[in-house]
Design a binder for this molecule. Structure first.
Ligand code: FES
Length: 293
């Protein structure tokens, strides 16, 4: 039976208050949420689940940073549906109804030994990659980071990734910044030069993680991915994050979100990704109409 962490509701305190909001890119927002007990326990790779109000759906988001002393947890999200749009419309001083966590398994990938790692982040996936890279850096690992976005104006956390990495490579699809092309092109160059890496960790859209996994496999370097983008309710009950790994059924929200990528059936996983598109569209239209937007 899955144990759901306590939400620590407030009894009068302004828990789950947005203490800081930063607009990173036009539809990508960063928020520090006051949630002291979550901030004390959460670790890189784990996620939280928020609900804006009673009528809101539960949305899982991976932690980007946390400050146990201030009691805050940092999240970064792209407004892709009604709930993330609604959260993005909130401001400093507002509070969300629920902020549950930590959820998911904490995976200490390097085991504290000094290693060589490649981290690959695509789009909003750079946000959950950052705390992992920081943890590798704190362990004394050498970390080569490769991050990419469609264009320069969509690239996030460049300075933070640069500070946490031994080497940072940037790619944009349109060539507006860094290497013109995909993260996999730089990854291939690195692996052609050397396969002396402990593992590759890729976080981004499912198709990017699949392509990275397929590319890395022949080099014999272990590959991890983080399936945070496929989660829906985050509790093991909706089945949306079900994934076949080597013929065995796993759930990203319980067994992950980080998993070894080699045996993941990405084709099956991605075929379920469009299931709720119609419902999400209707929900967004209703929200925008209600808000007069
Ligand atoms: S997100 Fe629903 S079962 Fe994992």
């Amino acid at each position: 039976m899955r144990r759901i962490p306590v939400t620590h509701n407030s009894g009068g305190l302004s828990l789950f208050k947005i203490v800081k909001k930063v607009v990173l890119r036009h539809d990508i927002k960063q928020m520090d949420i006051l949630a002291p007990l979550v901030a004390r326990k959460i670790k890189p790779g784990q996620f939280i689940m928020f609900r804006v109000d009673e009528s809101g759906e539960r949305i899982p988001l991976t932690m980007v940073d946390h400050d146990p002393e201030k009691g805050t947890v940092r999240i970064i999200f792209q407004e892709v549906g009604k709930s993330t749009r609604q959260l993005g419309d909130m401001n400093e001083g507002d509070s969300v109804l629920d902020f549950i966590g930590p959820l998911g398994k904490y995976h200490k990938m390097t085991g504290g030994k000094h290693g060589r790692i490649i981290g690959v982040g695509g789009g909003i996936g750079i946000a959950p990659l950052l705390p992992k890279v920081r943890e590798f850096q704190a362990d004394g690992d050498e970390i080569i980071s490769i991050i990419g976005a469609r264009s320069k104006d969509l690239l996030i956390l460049e300075d933070e990734m640069k500070a946490a990495s031994s080497e940072l490579n940037i790619c944009t699809d349109d060539g507006s910044y860094g290497h013109k092309g995909f993260v996999t092109e730089i990854l291939k160059q690195k692996l052609d030069e050397s396969t002396n890496y402990d593992f590759v960790l890729a976080i981004g859209p499912p198709i990017m993680m699949k392509v990275v996994r397929d590319l890395v496999k022949p080099y014999g370097v272990p590959c991890y991915v983080s399936l945070n983008t496929i989660m829906v309710d985050g509790t093991g009950m909706c089945g949306s994050c079900r994934v076949s790994v080597g013929g065995k059924v796993k759930f990203a929200c319980i067994d992950g979100p980080e998993m070894r990528g080699e045996e993941i059936d990405f084709a099956e996983m991605m075929s379920r990704q469009t299931r709720y598109v119609a419902e999400e569209k209707t929900s967004m239209e209703r929200y925008l109409a209600k808000e007069g937007k």
